[in-house]
Ligand binder design. Sequence first.
Ligand SMILES: Cc1ncc(COP(=O)(O)O)c(C=O)c1O
Length: 360
Amino acid sequence: MKTMLFSPGPVMVEDKVRQTLLHYDICHRSPEFEEMFVRLQALILKIFEADDSYYSVVVSGSGTSANETCLSSVFAPGDSALLINNGEFGERLHEILTKHNVPHINYACGWACDPDLAQVEEYLKNDESIKYVCAVFHETSTAMINPIPELAKLAHKYGRRIFVDCVSAAAGQHIKAAENGIDICTSVGGKCVGAYPGSAYVCAKKEILESLTPEMGKTVYLNLAKHYQMAVAKHQTPNTPNVNLFWPLEAAMDHIINEEGLDAYIERHKECTKIVRDGMRELGLRFLLPEEKMSNTVTSVFLPEGKDVAAFIKRMGDAGYTVYAGKGKYYDMNMFQVATMGAIYPEDCRKFLEVLKTKI
Ligand SMILES: Cc1ncc(COP(=O)(O)O)c(C=O)c1O
């Protein structure tokens, strides 16, 4: 059944973006692909508000593949990481680092809890092997925004770098990669940019990418050095990419940067979220987090006590709206999540609220 996606990915896609799926077939070893790839790379830098000291590559895979590409490629023997872990996607980064045998401090400060910056500084002071602080910009499982500028400052104070999973943040929040000094960041088409899942991308400081070798990478496919070297040499990808998803990714980003404008795009998402949250407050629903900690796009909210969250999600689905069940312990606490990402407009949010009123 066709529903409106108020879920944090996949998201609603503009018709003009969807139409690009019908682009005629091209070969990824052709000048036409190379030209489109170069345009896309430039758009990616703009989405992250990066400058020309950065470079971007596209990885055919989900958001996790972009994170895994970075975290399995940038550590040399003897290096370690400091992971700020306060939710499901922090846990995912922990899993990736563990799987690739990257030694790391897993600073698990508790889901939805603020990392203690003094503690972070202590870790950095006492362990010279830490090469990267790793963190999630928007911890989607709670909807919390982490203090990335502060973490980046601390990392740089001690001569370290910062990797930031921006999978659910890019184009929903201002990332300001250059201003905040984010060294490496990632995202994927099927989130706030309003394209499709499976088209992930990485933006990183050129000097880092220059320093990598394919041998440092722990996998064949998710190998950042290979992606970078192939992109620089030929404007291509090392393996056969999902060419058909490059067109909608380019169209979605072109819409944001060259038509609606990044500021206006983010403002629209904020406005939509405000409408949803104001309506929920009127219904007496309780949020997981105080307003100032929540992202521009996702709201984590509890159903009234005694209601069954699975049944509620089904009722919403039957009425044409997809919302998300809370993750982990929050599911048992009757939490659900509503996202306004991609092609969602204020009028859609007002209609959504009308339905929500009758289904809780
Ligand atoms: C912050 C964050 N990181 C990573 C991921 C994983 O992305 P994917 O499911 O596309 O692999 C998600 C997915 O929602 C996410 O929100």
